[in-house]
Design a protein around this ligand. Structure first.
Ligand SMILES: C[S@@+](CC[C@H](N)C(=O)[O-])C[C@H]1O[C@@H](n2cnc3c(N)ncnc32)[C@H](O)[C@@H]1O
Length: 208
């Protein structure tokens, strides 16, 4: 397990995406694949002070089939709450199956452009967003105003090609940071290569 990332499985005996499982005296651990999860890639690239911690309440936009959300669910543990928004029907089916085995994970079939559809989530400690959409800055801002506590942190995955295929990735990253500058302070940023090419991972502090 040396040099690898892993999370302690809160649903022992179950896998989510074919990941390796290691059993130690302290519990069962799921190896976190750096090439399948941008959060794992960001941690490997140096992301510090992760605010996804035991007991945290997290809103996750773009949960897909639950790969990264399942590791977030392991980290926040049974005291935490993880609300997973996904709009693709096909991904949703698999996501629901993952949530059924994890008591802290709640699926929400909705479009992240419309936070009023899931307003019952209430205030959260962390917003995590990975939707690969051209208007993702706008989506992030409205969700953070609706749910993120004052001074809370948002983690954003930026895929340059989803925003503008004609521009070099670093130029796209600068445009995105400018769009967010009024509402957030960029505290940390990591390009995710070699784990994900042309992706930037941002840790953003909500300004108030
Ligand atoms: C790159 S995948 C997410 C992968 C996932 N975060 C992980 O690491 O396991 C992006 C997901 O965002 C979803 N998505 C894109 N736009 C969305 C929107 N407006 N509302 C909800 N989900 C959206 C897509 O259907 C897709 O499943």
């Amino acid at each position: 397990m040396e040099g690898k990332l892993a999370t302690r499985n809160i649903s022992p005996g179950t896998r989510v995406y074919g990941e390796k499982i290691v059993r130690l005296e302290s519990g069962e651990y799921r190896i976190w694949d750096l090439f399948r999860s941008k959060l794992a890639g960001a941690l490997k690239k140096g992301l510090r002070g992760l605010e996804i911690v035991p007991g945290a309440k997290v809103l996750y936009l773009g949960a897909a089939t639950g790969t990264t959300p399942s590791h977030v669910s392991d980290i926040i543990g049974e005291e935490g709450e993880l609300y997973c928004v996904e709009f693709a029907q096909r991904s949703m089916r698999e996501l629901i199956a993952v949530c059924e085995k994890r008591p802290n994970m709640f699926p929400i079939h909705a479009d992240a452009n419309n936070p009023e559809e899931y307003k019952d989530v209430g205030e959260v400690d962390v917003v995590y967003m990975d939707v690969s959409q051209p208007n993702q800055s706008e989506i992030l801002i409205k969700n953070c105003y609706a749910f993120l506590k004052k001074g809370g942190i948002a983690y954003l995955c930026v895929k340059s090609q989803s925003i503008d295929v004609t521009l070099p990735p670093r130029q796209v990253f600068e445009i995105v940071k400018k769009q967010l500058a009024r509402d957030f302070t960029v505290e940390q940023e990591y390009e995710l290569a070699p784990y994900d090419l042309d992706h930037l991972f941002l840790a953003l502090r909500r300004k108030d």
